[in-house]
Design a protein around this ligand. Structure first.
Ligand SMILES: C[S@@+](CC[C@H](N)C(=O)[O-])C[C@H]1O[C@@H](n2cnc3c(N)ncnc32)[C@H](O)[C@@H]1O
Length: 253
């Protein structure tokens, strides 16, 4: 399944109230949105037909999130769905995630592009291939180590995979507090030590299996007064997709 088709299903089934996209280029992924959408890219050149209600910002994501109110464009509505596909260097993807989670709703879903490089060359920080994922794959290890409370699911879409992250906690500051230590350990020089299980897609969720599960409906309806949204989402992932994708606290790992 191509990642546009998977994103289109996420929009349909999650029915986000507001959507954030970092890295827009021609608008192909942004065109899947059907709700209020914020697109950020210093060099977009839209050719796709956009159907949603879109606010475009010709700037970098770091500059955008330095603004006094990054939610001004949605009248204060936090993002229920975010697609991170901007600069494909580890430290940029990490900052994009930190900013996106802070401005997400408790039922929010954050999706990274390019998490499953097909070769060591494609994952290089110094781009020298046509297709390029860069070293953003490092986020899989970082989230597992520093945010074991999150649901983190690598999804085997074409061409270079996605990472779906949910059970978010917009108040959590662990990544911000550990930012320098994370960079010191995970920003590595080329050639990149991409783990074989990512290169070979051994621990990856087939996209159709995720779509066939009931998890997206649970996420869409999880934010109810008096319930623990993070736990409800994590529990449904454990039941439907397996303990390996759920946080240790609910999977008993
Ligand atoms: C791979 S393209 C995005 C493709 C698009 N999401 C799609 O799937 O159709 C990456 C885009 O990220 C943009 N970009 C580069 N640095 C960025 C930054 N610091 N903040 C936001 N976007 C950035 C580039 O200008 C480029 O258009």
């Amino acid at each position: 399944m191509h990642y546009y088709a998977f994103l289109a299903e996420l929009h349909r089934r999650l029915a986000p109230r507001a959507y954030l996209e970092i890295g827009v280029r021609l608008g192909g992924s942004l065109a899947q949105a059907r709700c209020r959408a914020v697109g950020i890219d210093p060099a977009f050149s839209i050719t796709a037909e956009l159907d949603g209600d879109v606010a475009l910002f010709r700037t970098t994501s770091d500059e955008y999130f330095a603004r006094p109110d990054p939610l001004a464009a949605t009248n204060g509505t936090p993002f229920d769905l975010t697609f991170i596909d901007g600069l494909h260097l580890f430290e940029f993807a990490l900052r994009d995630f930190m900013h996106a989670e802070r401005h997400s709703s408790p039922r929010g879903v954050i999706v990274f592009d390019d998490m499953l490089p097909r070769s060591i060359d494609e994952a290089a920080r110094e781009r020298h291939t046509d297709g390029w994922t860069g070293d953003v794959y490092g986020m899989v290890e970082v989230l597992a180590r520093f945010r074991p409370d999150l649901v983190v699911v690598p999804v085997g879409t074409r061409p270079t995979g996605l990472l779906l992250v949910t059970a978010l906690d917009p108040t959590d500051t662990t990544l911000t507090d550990s930012f320098d230590a994370i960079l010191a350990e995970f920003r590595r020089v080329d050639p990149q030590p991409v783990p074989p299980h990512l290169l070979d897609r051994l621990t990856v969720m087939p996209p159709q299996r995720l779509l066939d599960s009931g998890v997206l409906e649970v996420i869409a309806g999880a934010e109810r007064a008096g319930t623990d949204t993070q736990r409800a989402i994590a529990e449904s992932v454990r039941q439907d997709l397996g303990a390996g994708f759920a946080p240790a606290a609910v999977s008993g790992r």
